[in-house]
Ligand binder design. Structure first.
Ligand code: FAD
Ligand code: DLZ
Length: 518
């Protein structure tokens, strides 16, 4: 293996364009790279302090990105590009500083960068031209299937921006799972077939690991040394850091996971942190995999009779639908979206969010794997951790920071709408038609954690009652004014109103006791 820095070209040749490639843009289809001429242009890839520490990133995420960046630099060099590479140990503070430092040694006539995924960076880059005193071109990120303008066009004049209708447009636009102009099977959505709870029905297959190569091993040592207090247990770093390995992981999923993913998408088993999920968000989000290719491969599995329609549709909906939709919501409403807080939730994050030390089994399992591995599947993020944060009224900004730091796939464009919008309903219903609030009964129905838990999901008050139960009613009670206006909450609000006053008092009082213990 060639050390990335070994190939850095030194000397004062003036490049035509210096192309900055960010850690989450590691694709040969990066539009700034596509326009490049390797004979006259050069690439800059930089590991910098500010990006590595603007939240407490999981160490798995840091290793994934830095190792993937180093491997991508190698790949570009083999394709004839000149790559200037800055490693974290060199102590460069920010992306802007990395550009200044590189341009001082390797002048260029202009700088180009694919538009960043976060509003924070975009705002900074808009000032770069003046600050760096050269033309800076922000090239639209075309690695997504809907641009911000496409989404605004779709959103214009609509009262509600529901994912389902956006998704149908995307299916039509990309000709995915269509028979002529109709959806395969006659229905757009097979969600009802994707919700089976877990009762140990089948064996969950073991996943193949990717063995760390010397570059990854070096990065693991550096990250352990430089980020001793960040979450993430690196004794088991198992992620792919190259396109080939990410594709192999996805291929494994298509062969051994996809069919059961369809059935158990919403399941909460004790037995596995991953269940039948694909584990590809981290690769899609940093450029190692491409969303359209992934959807097309899954459609091909269905067409070849290797998986059912509900499995293929259920998976494609996540990528062609949800992933594109949340990105659309982000760019549609930023920066003000980040300030919203429907329920005025400000309770500080309990310490156990950073340790996983809680005796609520489902929450403990979800928190521990999030901290240790940087991964939790969707229902753990939404209905276990997010639901707890919603019911307990945890501070929206702190919860968002936690999600942004803890997961290997987290970038604000995808994390914020999912956390503030979907999980916490902090966006006043821009995304969800009602809060995803649930009692312990939902968690019991979806999995087998309750069997291993000291709390009883059938009880609402008392030391052995599942805390989700009284917290659920406390949430309903304290937000009754706001929730009563929501037609989808009518039934539940009516049930609460009709309950015996003494019962209601006891439940609210017990929830207050639990909240005071947080
Ligand atoms: P699978 O379950 O196998 O799904 C396949 C793919 O669909 C995923 O890889 C992902 O690319 C896409 N997908 C599914 N649901 C969503 C969604 N709601 N939004 C966007 N893409 C989706 N996803 C992130 O990529 N980054 C985040 O920071 C992130 N934060 C989240 C925070 C909360 C509170 C919630 C509820 C969800 C969040 N998600 C996030 C969405 C989803 O939970 C993850 O994409 C998924 O768990 C990743 O695991 P997987 O690759 O095994 O996904
Ligand atoms: C997330 C991240 C991290 C941890 N480190 C770097 C880095 O050192 N250099 C870099 O170019 N990008 C990094 N990133 C990704 C950026 O923060 C990312 O481009 C934004 O989050 C926008 O999506």
């Amino acid at each position: 293996m060639v050390h990335p820095r070994a190939c850095v070209v030194t000397g004062g040749m003036t490049h035509n364009t210096l192309i900055l490639v960010l850690a989450d843009q590691l694709s040969l289809h990066n539009p700034a790279l596509l326009a490049a001429d390797p004979n006259t242009d050069a690439v800059l890839i930089a590991e910098v302090g500010e990006e590595a520490s603007y939240v407490r990133h999981n160490r798995h995420k840091l290793v994934l990105l830095f190792s993937a960046m180093r491997h991508f630099a190698q790949e570009l060099r083999t394709r004839g590009y000149t790559v200037h590479y800055i490693e974290l140990g060199e102590g460069v503070a920010s992306l802007e500083a990395a550009c200044i430092q590189t341009l001082a040694v390797h002048p260029a006539r202009s700088l180009a960068v694919c538009s960043p995924g976060e509003y924070r960076l975009l705002t900074a880059m808009r000032n770069w031209s003046a600050r760096l005193r050269l033309p800076v071109r922000l090239v639209e990120d075309n690695r997504f299937l809907a641009s911000a303008a496409d989404f605004s066009g779709w959103a214009a004049g609509r009262k509600q921006l529901r994912m389902e209708y956006f998704y149908r447009e995307m299916r039509k636009r990309y000709g995915i799972l269509l028979d002529g102009s109709e959806p395969c099977g006659g229905k757009w959505n097979y969600d009802a077939d994707n919700r089976t709870g877990w009762r140990n029905q089948i064996t969950i297959p073991a996943r193949p690991d990717v063995s760390p190569d010397p570059i990854t091993e070096t990065v693991v040592a550096e990250v352990n040394a430089l980020f001793p207090n960040n979450p993430g247990d690196l004794t088991h770093f198992r992620l792919a850091v190259t396109r080939e390995d990410a594709e192999a992981q996805f291929d494994w999923f298509c062969r051994y996971g996809l069919e059961s993913f369809g059935t158990y998408q919403d399941a909460l088993p004790e037995e596995s942190p991953w269940v039948f999920h694909s584990l590809i968000s981290m690769y899609l989000n940093c450029g190692l995999l491409e969303p359209l290719k992934v959807c097309q491969r899954v459609e091909a599995e269905y067409r070849a009779d290797r998986c059912s329609l509900p499995a293929a549709e259920g998976f494609i909906r996540q990528i062609l639908g949800w992933r594109e939709y949340v990105r659309g919501i982000y760019w549609q409403f930023m920066p003000e979206y980040g300030e919203r807080n429907t329920f005025d939730a400000h309770r500080p994050l309990p310490d156990f969010f950073w340790t996983g030390d809680t005796d609520l089994r489902c929450l403990q399992r979800a928190l521990k794997q999030s901290l240790d591995l940087g991964y939790a599947h969707h229902i753990q993020r939404l209905m276990v951790i997010g639901n707890f944060a919603l019911l307990a009224g945890l501070d929206v900004a702190s919860v968002c920071d936690w999600y942004l730091g803890v997961y290997v796939d987290a970038y604000e464009w995808v994390e914020l709408p999912n956390t503030a919008g979907m999980a916490l309903y902090a966006d006043e219903g821009a995304m969800a038609s009602k809060p995803y609030a649930a009692s312990g009964k939902y968690i019991q129905k979806q999995g087998n954690h309750c069997k291993h838990c000291r709390y009883n999901p059938a009880k609402t008050t008392g030391e052995d009652a599942c805390p989700y139960n009284s917290l659920y009613w406390h949430f309903i009670d304290r937000n009754a004014d706001r929730l009563s206006g929501n037609p989808r909450m009518g039934l539940i609000m009516g049930n609460w109103r009709k309950r015996d006053e003494a019962d209601k008092k006891a439940i609210v009082a017990w929830a207050e006791t639990l909240l005071s213990r947080l």
